[in-house]
Design a protein around this ligand. Structure first.
Ligand code: PEP
Length: 247
C-alpha cells in the first residue's frame, strides 16, 4: 500500500512542516505501508537532511526543456532534492489551465529523470450515461500516449473524482463505485500495456479519504493506496488512515 500526503498549500510555516514530517517518519517506521509526502516546493529542502523512511514527492514538475524559464521547477532539480515521486495533472492545476499536452510532457520529463509520476485523473461529475468514463479514458490516453510500455509499469495513477475532493468521508466515493472505476481504469491501461502488465500499475484513490472510510475503500475499492489532501496535514487523521490500512 502507498499513502501519499498532498500538503498542497495548507502548510505555511516551517514549524508545522517539521512537526508533520516527524509524525510521518513515525508512520513510516517498520510498516508495510509506504509513506510519501508532497510538501509545498519551498519546503522540499526540509526533507533532504533527514526523512527516515518517508519518500519525497513534488506537487508538480515543469514540462519545460529550456533552462531559462523563470519560476519553473524542472525534474533534474527536483531529483537533486531527493524527490522520487511527482504529482502530475492534479485537478487544481488543470483548473488553472494545465492542458493534456502539458501533462503528457510532464509525465515524460519525470520518467526521463527517474521520478515516478503520480498521474491524477478524475471527473467533475458522475452522469447517469457514464460519460465520465469516456472522460477518464481521454485523460489517461492523452497523458500516456507515446510512452514506452515498460515505463508505464512505473507510473502511479491517482483516481480523484473532483466532486469528492476537500469534503468529508461521507462525501467520498462508495467502495463498489470505486471498484468499478478502478477496473475500468485498468482496462484502459490494458490498451497501452501488453499482457497482464496493467494489473501491476498502482492505482490510488483521492477525494476525502479519512480514517473513517480508508479501510472500506481499500478493501472494497480495489485500490493500492490513497492520495490524501486535507487529512494529510492533520497528524492524527493521517495516522488514522495509515493505521486503518494496517488492520
Ligand atoms: C487532493 O486534492 O488530492 C485530495 C485528495 O484532497 P482531499 O483529501 O482533501 O479531498
Amino acid at each position: 500500500m502507498l499513502v501519499v500526503g498532498n500538503w498542497k498549500t495548507y502548510v505555511r510555516t516551517r514549524e508545522k512542516a517539521k512537526k508533520l514530517l516527524v509524525a510521518a517518519k513515525r508512520l513510516a517506521l517498520g510498516r508495510k505501508i509506504k509513506i510519501v509526502i508532497a510538501p509545498p516546493a519551498p519546503y522540499l529542502g526540509l526533507f533532504t537532511a533527514s526523512r527516515g523512511g518517508v519518500a519525497l514527492a513534488s506537487q508538480d514538475v515543469s514540462e519545460s526543456l529550456d533552462s531559462t524559464e523563470t519560476g519553473e521547477v524542472p525534474a533534474p532539480l527536483l531529483k537533486e532534492m531527493g524527490v522520487t515521486y511527482a504529482i502530475i495533472g492534479h485537478s487544481e492545476r488543470r483548473a488553472r489551465g494545465e492542458t493534456d499536452a502539458q501533462i503528457r510532457e510532464k509525465v515524460q520529463r519525470a520518467l526521463v529523470h527517474g521520478i515516478t509520476p503520480i498521474l491524477c485523473i478524475g471527473e467533475s461529475e458522475r452522469d447517469a450515461d457514464a460519460k465520465y468514463l469516456a472522460h477518464l479514458r481521454t485523460q489517461i490516453t492523452s497523458a500516456l500516449s507515446g510512452i514506452p510500455a515498460k515505463d508505464l509499469l512505473d507510473i502511479v495513477i491517482a483516481y480523484e473524482p473532483i466532486w469528492a475532493i476537500g469534503k468529508s468521508d461521507e462525501d467520498a466515493i462508495q467502495p463498489a463505485d470505486l471498484m468499478e472505476t478502478v477496473l475500468y481504469i485498468r482496462k484502459v491501461l490494458g490498451d497501452f500495456i501488453p499482457g497482464k502488465g496493467a494489473t501491476r500499475v498502482k492505482i490510488l484513490y483521492g477525494g476525502s479519504a479519512e480514517p473513517e472510510n480508508a479501510r472500506a475503500l481499500a478493501g472494497g475499492g480495489g485500490v493500492d493506496g490513497f492520495l490524501v489532501g486535507h487529512a494529510s496535514v492533520d497528524a492524527k487523521m493521517f495516522a488514522g488512515i495509515v493505521k486503518a490500512l494496517k488492520q
